[in-house]
Design a binder for this molecule. Structure first.
Ligand SMILES: C[C@H](O)CC(=O)SCCNC(=O)CCNC(=O)[C@H](O)C(C)(C)COP(=O)(O)OP(=O)(O)OC[C@H]1O[C@@H](n2cnc3c(N)ncnc32)[C@H](O)[C@@H]1OP(=O)(O)O
Ligand SMILES: NC(=O)c1ccc[n+]([C@@H]2O[C@H](COP(=O)([O-])OP(=O)(O)OC[C@H]3O[C@@H](n4cnc5c(N)ncnc54)[C@H](O)[C@@H]3O)[C@@H](O)[C@H]2O)c1
Length: 310
């Protein structure tokens, strides 16, 4: 019994030391996902710096976080507004914004990348950060679909690289997929898992395969709905109503695609089609390509399959 207890104490202490090791988090990308990841990391006591390419974008991202945090406070502290205000203030005090990623990454414990779903841009970003980030710093990508191994390929720190795939909207969705590839060390995998749990999520682990778990099942379903629309089998509205009332989904596939971003869905499908051109499930959609070409990206641009203009 004594041995088991000491082993448990040892594992808890290493987990606590790993968790204590992640004090400062750098989130790169102040968009839909980067803002949500910044919020949940700050809410759980981490110091977070959110970076993007312009001050205007990071300022807008901070405003989005404040709006979202107000929704959390309204729900969580409805009976204690004073505690709610304290929670809001302490969370916002944990957040910094910046546009100089190299400077920020030079003194951080964990980098979480949530930029555009483009392999080349992600690789270039991580390659530059690999040269300035401290040796102990872990790199993680929030990619929906790109192989972590490929994103990490431009970095020396292959053992300190993994995937942390959050779900939209991050403050509400309870899951994080922790993804490891061949070179990810056990220590890194465990640190990423501990971090996912420290920010209040349930973690699952999976191999570095296209779409990990959720997206491999979800995105083909979303795209099959688009193909149903393209064939004229039913309207987008009826398909959405059908899946909400018939399958109990909180959103129909077109609402969800608009919510996730039609551009992100296109990037996912393009990447998978390149990997497996003969797979009909990954066949690009003319309608999706047309909408993205027209700048109709869904909620984030005010119009997609539906219009969101006020
Ligand atoms: C492709 C990628 O790689 C992977 C992905 O992310 S795939 C997408 C995964 N996500 C999903 O499938 C989302 C499915 N949709 C849903 O779960 C729900 O429709 C939803 C949570 C988005 C909205 O919930 P719903 O009940 O329909 O409506 P809504 O009233 O907006 O939200 C309910 C409560 O949730 C909370 N909430 C919703 N969005 C929030 C946000 N962005 N921030 C904080 N709280 C939020 C609020 O407390 C809200 O109550 P409030 O309106 O009084 O503030
Ligand atoms: N949208 C979703 O539902 C969802 C869910 C999970 C994961 N993801 C993944 O998260 C990532 C971001 O998706 P999103 O929906 O937040 O996209 P988004 O378009 O909302 O935000 C992307 C942000 O990245 C910034 N950016 C682009 N290149 C950059 C660079 N070189 N340096 C710094 N910032 C840069 C852009 O300015 C933009 O603000 C993608 O890899 C996507 O696949 C998206």
């Amino acid at each position: 019994m004594a041995f088991a207890t000491s082993a448990l104490v040892r594992s808890l202490s290493t987990s606590a030391s790993r968790q204590a090791a992640i004090k400062h988090v750098t989130v790169i990308g102040g968009g839909l996902m980067g803002t949500g990841i910044t919020q949940v990391a700050a809410q759980s006591g981490h110091n977070v710096t959110m970076c993007d390419v312009s001050d205007d974008i990071v300022q807008k991202g901070l405003a989005r976080i404040q709006d979202s945090l107000k929704r959390v406070v309204k729900k969580k502290y409805k009976d204690d507004p004073t505690a709610g205000q304290k929670f809001f203030d302490s969370t916002m005090e944990n957040i910094r914004i910046d546009t100089n990623v190299e400077r920020v990454a030079a003194s951080t414990d964990l980098v979480i990348e949530a930029i555009i779903e483009n392999l080349d841009i992600k690789q270039k970003l991580f390659s530059s950060l690999d040269k300035v980030a401290p040796q102990h710093t872990i790199f993680a990508s929030n990619t929906s679909s790109l192989p972590i191994k490929d994103i990490a390929s431009t970095c020396e720190r292959q053992d300190r690289f993994g995937g942390l795939h959050f779900f939209n909207p991050v403050p509400v969705m309870k899951l994080v997929e922790v993804v490891r590839f061949g070179a990810t060390s056990n220590e890194t995998f465990q640190s990423l898992t501990d971090f996912g749990q420290a920010v209040g999520k349930t973690t699952v682990s999976c191999k570095d395969t296209p779409g990990f778990i959720v997206n491999r099942l979800l995105v083909p379903y979303m795209m099959e709905a688009v193909r149903m629309l393209e064939r004229g089998d039913a309207s987008a509205k009826d398909i959405d109503v059908a899946m909400k009332l018939g399958a109990g989904y909180p959103m129909g596939p077109f609402e969800l695609t608009d919510y996730v971003g039609i551009d992100t869905c296109k990037f996912i499908m393009d990447g998978w089609h390149e990997l497996d051109p003969d797979q009909p499930l990954f066949k690009p959609s003319e309608l999706v390509n047309k909408l993205v070409a027209e700048g109709k990206l869904g909620m984030k641009s005010g119009e997609g399959f539906y219009s969101y203009k006020k």
